[in-house]
Design a protein around this ligand. Structure first.
Ligand code: ZN
Length: 282
C-alpha cells in the first residue's frame, strides 16, 4: 500500500508538469502557429512529442529526487495513462481557446467531434518541418488515428526514459530510498605500474573487509592532481541510506585515452554494500 501511494504521489508530480507543458504547447501554437508536438522525422518518429514528453515527465524526476522515492512498476502504468491524458488535454485546450473567424470553436461543436475531426484530418508534413517535401500529405482517418497513437507514445517515451534512469540509480532495498552522496576520493597515477599497485592494494583490503583502511591507503597513493599523458585515475564514491545507515561503496579505475577521454577499466570495478559507517575525504 505504501509503495502504491508513493507511486501515486510521483504520478501526481508528473501530471502537474504534463499539464503545464500542455498549456505552454497550446499557447505557443495558438499565438505563434508553431506546433512542436506533432513534429516527426519521416512522418513516423515523433520527435516533437518525445521532446515535449521529456519536459512533461520532468515532474517524475523532481518528485522522485525531492521526496527520495524510488519509482515502482506501477508508475509505468501511470506514465502511460498520463501521456494519453496529456494528448487529450492538449486538444481540449485547443478546443476551448481556439477561434475560427472570431467565433469560439467550442460554441459550434462538441469536444469529441472536434477531436475526431482533427485526428481524421491530419495532414502530415514529411521530413523535419517541411525540409524534404514542400507541402503536406493527407494520411486519411486510419493514418490519423495511428498518428495520434504515435504522439501519445512519443509523450510516454519521455516518462519511460526518466523512469529507466531513476530505477537504475543505487538505492537501499530495505528502505526503498535512494542512497545519498557521502563523499568521494580521486587519485591520479602517471603510469600503469603505480595504478596497478594502488588498485591491487585497495582490492586486497576490501576483500578482507578492511573498508576504512582501504580508503585511507588509497588516499596515500598517486597524486591529487592529474599530470602527464599516460594517466590513470581511480575513484572511490561513498553513498549512504538515510533510513538505515547502510553504505554503498564504489571503486572504479579509468585510463586517459588518446589525450581526450577517460576510459573505464571494467575489470577493476568494485562495489559493495556495508553497514560500517566509513568516511571518505577527497
Ligand atoms: Zn536503508
Amino acid at each position: 500500500m505504501r509503495r502504491f501511494t508513493q507511486n501515486l504521489v510521483l504520478a501526481l508530480f508528473g501530471a502537474v508538469t504534463s499539464a503545464i507543458t500542455a498549456a505552454i504547447l497550446v499557447l505557443v501554437e495558438l499565438k505563434w502557429g508553431m506546433v512542436f508536438y506533432s513534429h516527426t522525422i519521416w512522418g513516423i518518429i515523433p520527435l516533437g512529442a518525445g521532446g515535449a514528453g521529456l519536459a512533461a515527465a520532468s515532474g517524475y524526476y523532481f518528485g522522485s529526487r525531492l521526496l527520495n522515492i524510488r519509482p515502482g512498476r506501477d508508475l509505468v502504468v501511470g506514465i502511460t495513462a498520463i501521456s494519453a491524458g496529456t494528448f487529450f488535454f492538449i486538444y481540449w485546450l485547443k478546443y476551448v481557446f481556439m477561434t475560427v473567424d472570431g467565433r469560439q470553436v467550442s460554441d459550434g461543436i462538441r469536444y469529441w467531434d472536434f477531436l475526431n475531426y482533427t485526428i481524421t484530418h491530419t495532414a502530415l508534413k514529411f521530413g523535419i518541418g517541411a525540409v524534404f517535401f514542400d507541402g503536406s500529405v493527407n494520411i486519411g482517418p486510419g493514418g490519423g488515428y495511428l498518428f495520434a497513437a504515435l504522439q501519445i507514445l512519443g509523450f510516454a517515451f519521455g516518462g519511460y526514459v526518466i523512469y529507466m534512469y531513476l530505477v537504475r540509480l543505487p538505492y537501499c532495498e530495505n528502505c526503498g530510498l535512494f542512497f545519498k552522496d557521502k563523499g568521494s576520493q580521486t587519485r591520479y597515477f602517471p603510469d600503469t605500474n603505480t595504478a596497478t599497485a594502488s588498485t591491487k592494494e585497495f582490492l586486497a583490503k576490501v576483500d578482507t573487509k578492511r573498508f576504512q583502511d582501504s580508503i585511507q591507503t588509497h588516499a596515500k597513493t598517486g597524486a591529487a592532481k592529474p599530470s602527464g599523458q599516460k594517466m590513470f585515475k581511480s575513484s572511490i564514491e561513498l553513498k549512504r541510506c538515510d533510513g538505515c545507515e547502510k553504505h554503498y561503496l564504489h571503486f572504479g579505475v579509468k585510463r586517459w585515452v588518446n589525450s581526450k577521454k577517460w576510459k573505464n577499466i571494467t575489470e577493476w570495478n568494485y562495489s559493495t554494500y556495508l553497514m560500517e559507517r566509513v568516511i571518505v575525504r577527497p
